[in-house]
Design a protein around this ligand. Structure first.
Ligand code: SF4
Ligand code: SF4
Length: 365
């Protein structure tokens, strides 16, 4: 049976406010069935709050609409992410005053509040579910869809598997893929890799040209920021097993979702400012394709598939391809950018019983 994905497109027929995306988003929420689902419940709204001067994260106007909708239907909500404090969400307009509810660190302000679930897949052993996610009655997985160097693309799955857990779990998932390799011959010791690391995970053994690149894998999340900024290609990711990585993502997602009663998770994907790189880069590059709109579904796999299908190579805006990156000419736009087939993630999610790629779009105008 096909899963339904609601789709509020950005394209409009008339020059009227009620034809614009915020108005359609409100109508989408009214049609979603969420009103009954959130009544009387504590609702965690999982977002990516961005970083630095990035401005491609979900605009506050949509967040406020969602918060007001939940509260007006008898739900009690909060917004959550990891590294909230360090990422200064207020710089992107995310404040309690603007959004109408608190913005909380998923693992608590010390990062030590989580529940560990044991898993056994290769070296992947621990899914540390953020305490506030675990304790909520209901979760809205509110995701900005974009490219992602490590995952191929970032949407609803990435928002859970990389966003509702601790650094230990993120590292264990990334480690399924391989590790960082540094080539001393290519390194010009410009230190851009050190500046690009958000986790203080890399360093040189000594200043100057004799320094050896070292990675503290206890802190490293294998986000590949250092890989991407290196001007000479001196750091590479040994990604010998991307399929294992995607299986790890799916297992992690399954474990987080299992902390909720069936039917108590809903997915909303925002397809605006669809950039090549993730919001955690602390900057925003031009969009790869025109803004598309917003999708919503109670099926994780269906909404991811519908989102990927809507992002078409033929709509590419060439200026959105970051300098130094080249399209490979094969596969989905995100695969052409990052060398990773995004549909592998969907197959892994299906295998874990988390939904179906067979969907039908229901347009909300
Ligand atoms: S960014 Fe590349 S070239 Fe520069 S110090 Fe790091 S590894 Fe060396
Ligand atoms: S992969 Fe990410 S976390 Fe690890 S050293 Fe590079 S920039 Fe830092």
């Amino acid at each position: 049976m096909k899963s339904t994905v609601l789709y509020a497109p950005m394209a409009y027929a008339r020059y009227e406010e009620n034809q614009t995306l915020p108005a359609r988003f409100s109508r989408m929420l009214n049609q979603s069935g969420l009103a009954e689902k959130v009544r009387g419940k504590t609702v965690a709204i999982k977002m990516h709050v961005g970083s630095g001067t990035s401005y491609s994260t979900i605009p506050p106007v949509f967040v406020r609409k969602l918060v007001d909708f939940i509260k007006s239907n008898g739900g009690d909500c909060f917004i959550t992410d990891h590294y909230v404090h360090n990422r200064h969400p207020e710089h992107r307009g995310y404040t309690e005053t603007n959004l109408g509810c608190p913005i909380l660190e998923g693992c608590g302000h010390l990062g030590r509040y989580f529940y560990t679930r044991d898993v056994h897949f290769n070296t992947f052993r621990h899914v540390d579910v953020a305490g506030l996610i675990h304790d909520a009655d209901f979760m809205i997985d509110f995701s900005h869809v974009k490219g992602h160097g490590a995952c191929g693309f970032g949407g609803a799955c990435k928002n859970i598997a990389m966003g509702c857990v601790t650094d230990r779990t993120r590292h264990e998932i990334h480690a399924l893929e391989g590790g960082l390799v540094w080539d001393a011959e290519k390194c010009i010791h410009c230190d851009k890799c050190i500046e690009a690391c958000n986790h203080d995970a890399n360093s040189f053994s000594e200043p100057g040209k004799n320094g050896v690149y070292e990675v503290n894998y206890h802190h490293c999340t294998l986000c590949q920021h250092c890989v991407k900024v290196c001007p000479t290609g001196a750091i590479t990711l040994d990604s010998h097993d991307y399929k294992d990585f995607q299986t790890g993502m799916a297992i992690c997602t399954r474990e987080v979702l299992e902390t909720f009663e069936p039917g108590n998770v809903y997915y909303i994907n925002v397809l605006t400012a669809i950039t090549a790189l993730c919001d955690c880069w602390g900057m925003t590059t031009p969009a790869l394709v025109p803004d598309l709109g917003i999708m919503a579904s109670d099926d994780l796999v269906a909404i991811e598939r519908a989102s990927l299908d809507a992002i078409k190579i033929e709509d590419l805006i060439p200026v959105g391809v970051p300098k130094g990156m080249e399209l490979s000419g094969e596969g989905h736009l995100f695969e052409q950018l990052h060398g990773k087939n995004p549909y592998i993630q969907l197959e892994a999610l299906e295998k874990e019983g988390l939904g179906t790629q067979d969907y039908e779009l229901k347009t909300v105008r």
